[in-house]
Design a protein around this ligand. Structure first.
Ligand code: GLA
Length: 728
């Protein structure tokens, strides 16, 4: 046989075994699967002949298993050719794709990597379902050119589960696959931490520059030698307003490892002690529905409030600034809202629109999911609600307090009514307390039999659930598709009508209630929801999958999924790119600071402001820090989000990693965000950038700094950062 024939024969054999080999990687399409758990299943010698043959393209629910949740194992038998380690470092890497939810992975009985945690681990289960698994494998564990066993133990919570994102791959690693450079905060600066699973020799460069000017202030280089499975730390001081950057290179590889941090820097000027109105300029309520509205004035407390022009039936609590009551007569009521404190007074024009439409500006408030997820409780909700008032966020228009999943009891009443679980002892009292403070009450459910978190959904109880929520005083419903997938999959109809049906049904019962319930659809943008969301009278609809606090997630959600959706947003109906990921988040009972850099957080809030997005804070407000407050409570940035024209921004320019988004405002001005999505700072000539979108001005308003700046100047936009301006 010639070499070519050998190659062809080898390829044919590999293909039969579900494998594809190239010079760079080996793809594996199939393996064996078994539900259950046994420590012996990670060994090379275990006999898995009786296990089910599966592909890595289907979640395990589709493999005919009775129960989707719990532990299951995959075992892959594979001959790993030594050709894969030639011409690069002496190691290989597994690329398993994303796994639902957590995994532990062994190669011939050696633990190669793990992500997420299992219920038996200290701290319990936590999911990493969106994260792609790359595990570098020590070459000493590999049986080169012979049979190997890759064993993957998976824990799944909520469908879908397992390995279903495509082929498992064995690839040649690059520098970034086996070495990691990170900056870890310490007492008076940072430690640059370099870890590696393969021996490396190279140089580490450390630079410090000024956050505002971008000027380089210090640069030094260190030589590094590190053996396999070792870690080295380098201390790097970091002063306020400075940006620290570290770069590691190993001459064997073209790519460079980089990490950078800047100390959180505050741009929003402090609010004056005198009253200042920061709220929306309109509020919509249906005739006869309770008015729940808190006047949003910053400034020293206590304050006295007054309103001129209130229609009959609507009353003001002068000490709290809370409007309540109801108005039967349709019409636009022009009001003047006023606040007075020891330092002075202020007033603003405001319109109460009694008519058919609610949600005239995007909802601003809080939701429990991104912080507490399934560990939410009434106590935690109350803590954030109280902090919303005490820490002054309610003075900027944040007014919804929304409980996400995990409030539902295990069983309905014998008559079929939904009840809260023991973590929520008194929903009605919670609703009453919120309303007495002018805050609005939000709840969560699913059109399916179960929610994403495995709690009771509203299927076949829609009317009863709407009635219960009304009795608690609910003002907002997030209605999350989740368990409805089963109904959808079982039906033959896969048309747009099938997506619309469950949402239309609930909408009918919500509208029967004697109060306004903001209707928030959550089905991740399926079936082009933006095209029919307004038809089911939804006030907002999620346009993308769940966001998490990483740049990758923010980038995909904000910059990839939102372009083109602007025609569908407007007063009463908004595109919802998901909740905010600033402050202390964690999707569990233990919270951490958002993993976004300060620049990324400015980008996040600027983009959401431009997108006229729902502004639902996702962090524990009781623990809010000064930097996060500065992000959420910039009245000029929020005013764009709440602009009464309701024109969502469009993506105008995409060029060299830069993007310009702009929207027009009711006063004839424009809000413009110039985003730098590159990994390095980029200087931008402002007038040139504005010219690209047909705008011209000598000065513009820098919205974060709240000051006018000349346009004939160069502004350095940090990596993943933004320059956010208003053009008059
Ligand atoms: C889905 C939604 C999230 C959250 C969870 C609750 O994943 O997209 O926002 O509501 O369900 O289980």
């Amino acid at each position: 046989m010639t070499m070519n024939q050998v190659r062809i024969l080898l390829s044919a054999l590999l293909l039969l075994a579900g494998l594809t080999l190239t010079a760079q990687e080996l793809s594996i399409g199939r393996g064996r699967f078994q539900k259950g758990d046994n420590p012996a299943w990670n060994t090379f010698s275990f006999d898995d002949n009786a296990w089910q043959e599966v592909t890595f393209h289907q979640p395990w629910e589709e493999l005919g298993l009775e129960s989707a949740n719990g532990i299951g194992w995959y075992r892959i038998h594979v001959v790993i050719p030594s050709s894969l380690k030639k011409g690069t470092v002496d190691a290989i890497m597994l690329d398993l794709g994303a796994i639902d939810d957590s995994d532990q992975t062994w190669v011939n009985g050696h633990l190669a990597g793990k992500d997420g945690t299992f219920p038996e681990e200290p701290g319990g289960y936590s999911s990493e379902y969106g994260k792609r698994r790359y595990y570098v494998v020590d070459p000493r564990w590999v049986n080169w050119d012979r049979d190997n066993v890759i064993a993957i133990r998976v824990y799944n919570y909520g469908d879908p589960g397992g390995l279903y994102r495509g082929d498992v791959k064995i690839v040649k690693p690059s520098l970034k696959d086996f070495a990691k450079l990170s900056l870890v905060a310490g007492d008076s600066g940072y430690q640059a931490v370099l870890t590696t699973s393969v021996k490396t020799t190279g140089t580490l460069q450390i630079t410090v520059s000024d956050v505002m000017t971008g000027n380089l202030e210090k640069s030094e280089t260190r030589n590094v030698r590190l053996s396999a499975w070792k870690e080295k730390q380098f201390f790097c001081p970091l002063a306020p307003q400075k940006r620290l950057k570290v770069r590691y290179s190993d001459p064997r590889f073209p790519e460079v490892l980089e990490a950078e941090v800047c100390a959180p820097y505050i741009l929003t000027p402090p609010a004056p002690a005198t009253p200042r109105y920061n709220g929306p300029l309109v509020f919509g309520v249906r005739p006869g529905s309770p008015v729940v509205f808190r006047l949003a004035f910053s400034g020293e407390k206590p304050m006295k409030y007054a309103v001129e022009g209130l229609p009959e039936g609507v009353v003001l609590d002068e000490d709290k600034g809370v409007l309540s009551g109801s108005c039967l007569k349709e019409g636009d009521y022009p009001l003047v809202v006023k606040a007075t404190n020891e330092k002075g007074s202020a007033h603003a024009a405001f319109t109460l629109k009694v008519g058919t439409q609610i949600g005239l500006t995007p909802p601003m408030g809080w939701n429990s999911w991104n912080c507490w997820a399934l560990s939410v409780s009434q106590e935690k909700v109350m803590a954030s609600a109280a902090a919303l008032i005490n820490k002054g966020l309610a003075d900027y228009g944040y007014s919804y307090i929304n409980i996400d999943d995990a409030w539902e009891g295990e069983e309905r009443t014998p008559e079929g009514y939904i009840q809260a679980n023991e973590k929520f002892p008194d929903m009605k009292a919670l609703g009453d307390w919120l309303h007495s403070n002018g805050l609005k009450f939000g709840i969560y459910s699913s059109p399916g039999d179960y929610t994403c978190g495995g709690y009771l959904g509203s299927l076949d109880h829609e009317k009863q659930d709407a009635e219960v929520w009304n009795s608690w005083g609910v003002d907002y419903l997030k209605y999350d598709w989740c368990g409805y997938s089963k109904v959808f999959e079982a039906g033959r109809d896969k048309s747009e009508a099938a997506y619309i049906r469950p949402y239309l049904k609930m909408q009918q019962f919500l509208r029967e209630q004697p109060r306004d319930i903001f209707y928030s659809l959550c089905q991740y943008g399926w079936g082009k929801v933006w095209e029919w969301g307004a038809f089911v009278d939804a006030n907002s609809w999620r346009t993308s999958h769940d966001i998490v606090d990483t740049w990758e997630s923010l980038y995909v959600t904000g910059f990839e999924r939102q372009p083109g959706l602007h025609p569908y947003a407007g007063p009463g109906h908004w595109n919802d790119p998901d909740m905010l990921i600033v402050g202390k988040v964690g999707w569990s009972s233990s919270l951490r600071d958002s993993r976004l850099t300060p620049d990324e957080q400015y980008t996040h809030i600027s983009l959401w402001s431009l997108l006229a997005a729902n502004m639902l804070i996702g962090c524990d407000i009781a623990q809010i820090d000064e930097f996060t407050f500065n992000l959420l409570c910039n009245n000029e940035v929020n005013a764009v989000n709440q602009d009464i024209l309701g024109h969502q921004a469009h993506q105008d320019v995409v060029e060299d990693g830069m993007q310009i988004w702009s929207r027009d405002l009711y006063d004839g001005g424009h809000a413009v965000g110039i985003f730098n999505l590159n990994e390095a700072s980029v200087p931008v000539q402002l007038d040139g950038a504005l010219e690209k979108i047909g705008l011209k001005a000598d000065t513009v308003r820098d919205l974060w700094r709240q000051k006018d700046i000349p346009t004939d100047a160069i502004y350095v936009i940090p990596p993943h950062g933004v320059l956010y301006v208003r053009v008059k």
